[in-house]
Ligand binder design. Structure first.
Ligand code: ARG
Length: 468
């Protein structure tokens, strides 16, 4: 008996069709979740009087052995059992005999696989939460270490206004805080059990899906059995979460590539996070940052892939949905690795203060403030904007900066601007004037750092609580 092919089918499955339809080459990682789900299911069945206590005990013991074999790497996936669920049951029946056949009472692989994915993703969610917090913490570390460094801030990648480098790192920390909030919010919706839906409509046994959920530590059960087996929203949301996170990390990756180039030279990548060239002996390449940027592509691809698989599918289960696994698993592995290496790369980044200082102050990034000073003396902003723009164009033609403008020069080209104002255009003075809580003044940025550190403490505590 065991889990032999259904006698409804008279011919053996074509070998090529068997490999084509099998999922065991990629769903093997679900085995411990499958066992956990099955133990809860059979325990509930015994409580409901559907199977005997004795049968339940031997099924539970057998399932634990299967899990141990898997953990020891002693269990080989077998193609005659097309997926991980059939492999568990097949191995179980080898271990304990025909009583194994009682495990699947009141259950279908449709609600079983959905349950496995919920349990797996819940675990993944907690791992991602820890990695995300580690990454945010690395950004906080750099933010604290660079509160005295001023860089030109950019719009359109043109030098715009000076900002604290610390402020720049904090911007990334805030993006990732939103990713963290989205992850936690998604976990609430993922924390529910589809088991009890059976193939699609529920089962005639006196089962208690709420009890199975409780045994599994899941917070809720699906309200509708058709939805329970058809829903892949929790996977789509996970992929969408990962895609947005990768947008953030790829922007960071790009800035690290740019800023560690000879042209910028603001940052130096630690040698542990850089590579050489096979041909050019002088090269030190930012491969890690490039791949953090590049891996975004496959994550976006998996999101659109699964969206397309799911769209237009009538209720309830279809084999199309088996396509969810490789996408989700690849994104789990990719994003997990990206977060880990990106954290190390940020932690070991060196800031080239001299290089940044050399670059600063020769870029007219004080122009807005000069116009603002005229406004304070009653000139309408548009007029001031025009006047300063004109002065900058002239200075550029004369290969000069604000710092080498003389009284005579001003008297000739911008007589309404007193020379003394130009001394107020140092990067320090400009930065110090932006004192809103969100602004770049040192005390504002210190406030943002303090806020982040408080947040980190709470997040670390929450992660520890979840782990326990
Ligand atoms: N291997 C399948 C999957 O990953 C399990 C569910 C199969 N159910 C079915 N009726 N064929 O989705």
């Amino acid at each position: 008996m065991g889990v032999a092919r259904s006698p409804r089918l008279k011919a053996a499955l074509d070998q090529r069709a068997a490999s084509f339809t099998a999922s065991l080459f990629f769903d093997w990682r679900l085995l411990p979740y499958d066992v956990t789900g099955s133990i809860a299911h059979v325990t509930m069945l015994a409580e409901a009087g559907v199977v005997s206590r004795q049968d339940c005990d031997s099924i539970v013991a057998g399932l634990q052995t299967v899990r141990e074999e898997w953990e020891a790497g002693a269990l080989q996936p077998r193609l005659e059992w097309e997926d991980v669920h059939m492999n568990v049951e097949g191995r179980l029946s080898e271990l304990i005999g025909p009583v194994a056949g009682k495990l699947h009472t009141g259950r279908s692989r449709n609600d079983q696989v959905a349950l496995d994915m919920h349990l797996y993703l819940k675990d993944v969610g907690h791992q991602m939460s820890e990695r995300l917090v580690a990454m945010i913490s690395a950004l906080a570390g750099q933010a604290k270490a660079t509160s005295d460094v001023i860089i030109p801030g950019y719009t359109h990648l043109q030098a715009a206004q000076p900002v604290l480098l610390s402020h720049h790192f904090l911007a990334y920390a805030d993006m990732l805080r939103r990713d963290y909030d989205r992850l936690r919010d998604w976990l609430i919706r993922t924390d529910r059990s589809p088991l009890g839906a059976g193939a699609l409509s529920g089962t005639p046994y006196p089962t208690r899906p709420e009890r199975t959920a409780e045994l599994l530590g899941l917070a809720d059960v699906y309200r509708n059995s058709l939805d329970a087996v058809s829903d892949r929203d929790f996977l789509l949301e996970f992929l969408a979460w990962a895609a947005i996170l990768m947008v953030h990390l790829s922007r960071l990756g790009e800035e690290l590539v740019l800023w560690s180039s000879q042209e910028f030279g603001y940052l130096t990548m630690d040698d542990r996070y850089a590579t050489g060239s096979s041909m050019m002996p002088q090269k030190k390449n930012p491969d890690v940052a490039e791949l953090v940027r590049g891996k975004a592509g496959r994550v976006f691809g998996h999101l659109s892939g699964l969206l397309v698989v799911m769209k237009g599918l009538p209720l309830a289960y279809h084999s199309d949905m088996q396509e969810d696994k490789e996408s989700v698993f690849d994104v789990v592995d990719t994003v997990g690795a990206v977060l880990t290496v990106a954290t190390g790369m940020i932690e070991t980044l060196r800031v080239n203060r001299d290089r940044i200082r050399m670059r600063l102050g020769h870029d007219f990034t004080g122009a807005t403030d000069l116009a603002d000073m005229m406004v304070q003396h009653g000139v309408p902003f548009r007029e001031a904007h025009h006047l300063v723009g004109d002065l900058v164009a002239r200075l550029e033609r004369d290969a000069m900066g604000f710092e080498n403008v003389t009284e005579e020069y001003l008297a000739r080209y911008a007589p309404t601007i007193p020379r003394a104002w130009l001394d107020e255009l140092t990067p320090d003075a400009i930065v110090a004037r932006r004192r809103q809580a969100m602004g770049t003044a040192p005390e504002s940025v210190a406030g943002q750092v303090a806020n982040l550190e408080k947040w980190l403490k709470r997040a670390v505590k929450l992660n520890a609580k979840t782990r326990a």
